[in-house]
Unconditional design. Sequence first.
Length: 483
Amino acid sequence: YASKEEEEDIESTNSDSMFSENTRLLKGTDLYLNQWHAMLLKKFLYTFRKKFLFLLQNLLPIFFVIITILISRNSSTFRQLPAIKISLAQYPRTFTVLETTSNIAPGSLEQRIAAEYKTIVNSYGGNHQLQLTGESNFTKYILDLGETEQVRINSRYVAAATVSDSKITAWLNNQPLHTAPLTVNLVHNAMAKVLIGPEASITVYNAPLPYSLETKLAQLNAGTNVGTQLATNVGFCMCFVSAFYILFLIKERETRSKLLQFVGGVRVWTFWLSQMLWDMATFAITALIVVITLACFQEEGFAYFSDLIRYYFLLIMFGFSVLPFTYLLSFLFSEPATGFSRASTINIFAGVALFIVVVIMSYDIFDTKDVADGLQWFFRIFPHFSLAMGWNNLYVNWATRNTCNSEVLQLLPDALRCRLLPKCCTTIPYFAYAEPGILLEIVYLAATTVVFFLIIIFREYGIIDELIYMIRKRAFKPPPPPE
């Protein structure tokens, strides 16, 4: 008879032989594809189980885009200003002077116009009073008044009239604004009510002049347009969206799940490329949602497919760069929550904050444009800065083209147009090297994608640790041997 231990060994041997008969050892391409399948399935299950996190990742950009557009519409740099209604009510307190000459016959047309003039002025209330010159003429009355109340005359005496038997004179004070149409309209309304009827009324509006082309072009670099606001807020939003991808990496490393995968034979390239492929697919959905949200508002510069596809391409290039950057940050933290908060902070200060600094330094009043241009060469290594700067340049380029393509400029000869508006002399392509082209941002995003990813691979293979060890070994010389 066999002992109990011998029976267990026999049973285990039989089980192992049965398992070996039903399995096949994968090699070559089959093994490589199986690892890819396992890595992508791992990421799919994580995304499926963290549906709220994925939903938040896509709702956050929608919120930021909507808020930005609504705010920009209420505080737009080039919003259409309303026309001003010209009346005494524009001013907080006024005095209107009326002179009637002594040669006006009672009941005459002139006398009725003067009476109607009084009625119109008195209808504005107690803050708007009518003063009669009495026996003095208007010139002597106002000069005598000026000897004692010069300041009040400039601020409160805005209109006056002289009614005689042969003519009516409307007087104005050219110190306050809009007094010329005001004083003439008071006389016209008095005449209309007498000649046409008491229901007659004339209302005068002063419509603002349209913005000049020089003003529009100058304001594009002022940082108050919708393009700059969207660049700032979308970049700020992406600081948090990109930080979401750090949570899984830290948790996988700290639970030793990543170590088990490498021990099980997963290649380093397979692990990180599959990670980036899935994350890039989810980020592409987020970028598409941003573009669709912009299209829904039909804001100028973000309304047509040709415009939106450029912003989508910029977001995709940003995604390729920011994911390896986030993977590198994950090595610095051991807690997912801490990693998320600190990665978000790093993204904000290394991206959006630097973008705001460059925009402010580019203002003409500071005369630091050359310094700002020099700083951009270094700041572009941060993906969030390149995203914000590229977004802003795309809008500035579109707005410049839109302004320079106005019908007025098209009527001018090329030489005259270039002399009047140098920015309209040449059309810079959207993907040009010179500002406001975004070729430089695209090149930086592509280059940092490769550099960041290679740093990750070198670190996994221990090359970076080896280099650090060699540098330290050369820096610290061993002590001399004892004599």
